[in-house]
Structures are given as structure tokens and as C-alpha cells.
Design a protein around this ligand. Structure first.
Ligand SMILES: [Zn+2]
Length: 476
């Protein structure tokens, strides 16, 4: 049985032309080699897994190639190229500064720099994660970086450019590597799948690419993981199960409910999502991304910003036709507000539920659409709390039991609230009341949440209401 090699290594590009997603950098480097304008130090910046080390290795191989090709690529056949490809070349030194960041490590490296190469013209020193070097190591290195021997070329790589000292920056040619697009990653994964004889659904590869967040190495390791799980027949359903990704379908269904103002169905769907083990935070940011994707699907000019597979693209286009832009703006803003408040909220579930309720109630002709609710609607917290018992006191006599006077008194709150609202049409509507609840101290919040939930779900359940303590009353 042949040795198993992970895809990230097996399909590591061997030439500049096969580097994925960094074509402009690859071309620039190739041209520099072709015209013989080589710098002594390069700084490769960019997120992890986007090809910094790969480009550095190809660069080292190409400048040492004994018979470079017409187009500026390495021949991959000469003794030097073979040594590089078999990872036994003495002209390349890699130092991982994350684990070797002391002065001694740098001194060892400097000793190596002095020795000229045996075959080929240059020795290339790749220092990965160079921002991790200690200050003393940096200083020890600076002199060598300033006046290196003619045969030495340094390639410094970092994910955190802002941590590099200006003295280093000014001595390097700087290349900024871009995060890879989903299209780039999907194309490469498709290529790997074809080579390996796997079958895969485009939507499945798209999910892998999204999960990798712009890094090819991550994409390929996730791909390997999925392959071992599915046995080479990669379907969308298996990928979302394996990677614990929420199915697009939930968002499409949710938007349908919201557009039809089906609050109960929306809340039940959210409950289903939670029961599958997903968290509210990622759910709401996923909903925001879905709304954003609907927004860009509405316009032929912006559809290119949609990074999904073809079949899902059509679903977006269909659903987008049913959404008014004003409503989308409003809903995106609601999700955004929820996302910000989510981390600090004591009742995270309610936070998401209220957002869904508000999104379902938001109308497209709302004059405040796209903006925050007008200021006067958001009454101070204490005012709301004071108003609530007062409202209840003003109810007809048959309800005239103050909800907070006898402890443990049972109420039929839905009926009372409806009555109260009909008596006082100018009260802030339930929607606005709901956004204030999030700001209330915990006891009151719990109570109001309870009342509101039953009211919204139109569940005629009796409620137990506790009297606020004296200290809470004083607080009001
Ligand atoms: Zn060669």
C-alpha cells in the first residue's frame, strides 16, 4: 500500500503558474528573477495558509535552477531542482520563529549564512512567523539583514505585519498576500477531486471553502477530513453534517416566514435550530449574511459578490425578488444590533427571538426603515416598568387585582394586555416595549420576558407573577 500524503502536501504547487489565488505576486516574482533584479530581503505578509511559504520555496528553487525555462519557471529536471523537489537541497533553510526565537537560534542561522552554496547560486533563508523573534534576536539579525553576503537571500514571512519593526520593514521588499476567494478554493478543490477520482457536489465544496475562511491549507485539510468521512463521494448533506454547518435551507425557510409575518413559525424554526445544537450567535450572524446575500442578488451588478454554487445562487435570486430593499436594510440592521448585544445579553435566546419578531413586523413602507427606531419610542427603563403596573391597574374591575400585590397570584395576562391596549391606544406598542425589556434589571427582565413570550405566542397560560422587592421599587 502506498504511503498516504495529505492533499495540502501532495498538491503543493511546484511552479509559479500553479500557485492558486496569488497570480499577481507570482508574476512579479517571476519577472524579478527573469530580469535578474533580486532583492536581498523579502517580506511576505498575509493570513495563514494562503501560499507564503509555498511561494518562498518556488522562488528559492527557481533562482537556483541550472536551466531555467524561457517563461521564467524552474525546469524541475536539473540536479538543483530535483534536490528541491525531494526536499534535500542545502540551498534552502527554513526557521520557524514561533518555536526558535532566541538569540542562539539566530546566531546559528547567521553561521549558515556565511557558507556559500555548493550547487546553484543562492542560499535562501525562510524565517516563518518572523514577528515572534525576541527583541534581542531581532537586533542580532539586523546586521546580517543589512549587509548580507551576495549569495544570501532572506524571505521573512508573517501573519502580523504590524508587529514587524520599522527597521526590518525598511530593509525588505514587501509582498501582501491576499486571502483566497471562495471561487479560487473551489476551483482548486475540484481539481484535486478530479485527480483523486472523487465525486463531489459543487455546493459541498463551497461549504468547505467557506469554512476554510480564505486559507487553502485549511481548505485541503477539511477536504481530506470529509473524504475520509464520506469515502470519496462528497455530498452537500454529508459535508454540513460533518462540519456542523447550518443548512442554507433553514435561512431560506426563515426568510419566507418573516416575509409572511409568521412569527410563531419563525420562533419554532429557531427552536429547531437550537435543538440541533447550534448557538444563537452564529445563527444570527448567518442570518445577517443570508440577508446580505439576498441584497446583492437583487442587482445584476452586485451578483458577483455572491460566493455560492450555481444551484444555490438561483434560490437566492428567486427569494431576493420577493424582498423589498427597504425591508432587507431594516432586517440586516436588526441582525447587526442583535449580534452586538448578544454577547453581553443575559437572556441570549430572547435577544434572538425579539430580533426575529421585529424583522417579521418590519414593513417595507415603514418611514423609519433602515434606521434605528425614533428616539421617543425608546422610553427610559424605569418609565416602562412603572407604566406596566399602572396600565394593569387601569383595567376593568374584574381584573382589578394588582398583579404585584398578592404574591403568587395567577393572571391571564394575554387577555389583560389586549384590554389594556384597547383602553390606552397611545401606549408604546408591544414591539417597542420588547426592545426595552433587554435593558431591564434581571428580575424584571425575567418577568417581562415571561409575560411577553406568552403574549406573543398567544398561549393562554396562567402566569405566576412575583412582587418586586422594596429595593427594586426604590431603584425605579
Ligand atoms: Zn532546474
Amino acid at each position: 500500500m502506498s504511503e498516504y500524503i495529505v492533499s495540502a502536501r501532495k498538491y503543493r504547487p511546484m511552479t509559479f503558474d500553479t500557485v492558486v489565488g496569488q497570480s499577481s505576486i507570482a508574476t512579479t516574482l517571476k519577472n524579478a528573477i527573469h530580469t535578474g533584479k533580486l532583492a536581498h530581503a523579502y517580506l511576505f505578509c498575509g493570513p495563514r495558509g494562503v501560499g507564503k511559504t509555498t511561494c518562498a520555496r518556488i522562488f528559492a528553487k527557481t533562482i537556483n535552477c541550472l536551466h531555467p525555462r524561457e517563461d521564467g519557471e524552474a525546469c524541475n529536471e536539473c540536479e538543483s531542482c530535483r534536490a528541491f523537489n525531494e526536499q534535500r537541497s542545502l540551498n534552502i533553510h527554513e526557521l520557524d520563529a514561533a518555536s526558535n526565537n532566541s538569540v542562539d537560534d539566530i546566531r546559528n542561522l547567521i553561521d549558515q549564512v556565511r557558507i556559500p552554496p555548493q550547487i546553484g547560486k543562492y542560499k535562501v533563508f525562510i524565517i516563518d512567523e518572523v514577528h515572534m523573534l525576541s527583541t534581542a534576536a531581532f537586533n542580532a539579525f539586523l546586521k546580517t539583514l543589512e549587509e548580507p553576503p551576495a549569495h544570501a537571500i532572506f524571505i521573512l514571512a508573517t501573519t502580523e505585519k504590524h508587529k514587524i519593526l520599522p527597521t526590518i520593514l525598511s530593509r525588505c521588499q514587501i509582498y501582501d498576500f491576499q486571502r483566497m476567494t471562495i471561487t479560487d478554493i473551489v476551483r482548486h478543490l475540484t481539481h484535486v477531486a478530479e485527480q483523486e477520482g472523487y465525486t463531489c457536489e459543487p455546493a459541498a465544496l463551497n461549504i468547505i471553502a467557506q469554512k476554510a475562511d480564505g486559507g487553502m491549507r485549511d481548505a485541503l485539510s477539511i477536504f481530506d477530513q470529509v473524504v475520509s468521512y464520506t469515502g470519496g463521494n462528497i455530498t452537500y448533506q454529508q459535508v454540513i453534517e460533518n462540519l456542523n454547518v447550518l443548512d442554507y435551507d433553514y435561512y431560506f425557510r426563515l426568510i419566507d416566514f418573516l416575509l409572511e409575518k409568521k412569527i410563531s413559525e419563525s420562533l419554532l424554526l429557531y427552536n429547531e435550530v437550537l435543538s440541533k445544537g447550534f448557538e444563537g450567535g452564529p445563527f444570527i450572524s448567518g442570518l445577517a449574511s443570508h440577508l446580505r446575500d439576498l441584497l446583492v442578488s437583487r442587482d445584476a451588478q452586485t451578483t458577483q459578490l455572491l460566493e455560492v454554487s450555481e444551484d444555490i445562487r438561483q434560490r437566492y435570486a428567486q427569494q431576493a425578488q420577493r424582498c423589498k430593499p427597504q425591508w432587507l436594510y431594516r432586517a440586516i440592521r436588526l441582525c447587526n444590533d442583535c449580534d452586538q448585544a448578544y454577547r453581553t445579553s443575559r437572556n441570549k435566546r430572547l435577544q434572538v427571538e425579539l430580533t426575529l419578531i421585529e424583522a417579521a413586523q418590519a414593513t417595507d413602507d415603514d418611514p423609519g426603515a433602515g434606521r434605528r427606531p425614533a428616539r421617543h419610542i425608546l422610553k427610559p427603563i424605569s418609565a416602562t416598568w412603572q407604566q406596566l403596573p399602572r396600565r394593569l391597574l387601569l383595567l376593568p374591575p374584574r381584573f382589578n387585582s394588582h398583579p404585584f400585590s398578592p404574591p403568587q397570584k395567577r393572571l391571564r395576562f394575554p387577555t389583560m394586555m389586549r384590554e389594556a391596549e384597547s383602553l390606552h391606544p397611545h401606549q408604546p406598542s408591544l414591539k417597542h416595549l420588547s426592545s426595552e425589556i433587554l435593558l431591564l434589571p434581571s428580575e424584571q427582565e425575567k418577568l417581562l420576558h415571561h409575560l411577553l413570550k406568552h403574549l406573543l405566542l398567544r398561549a393562554p397560560l396562567p402566569l405566576q407573577v412575583r412582587r418586586p422587592t422594596m429595593s427594586q421599587m426604590r431603584h425605579l
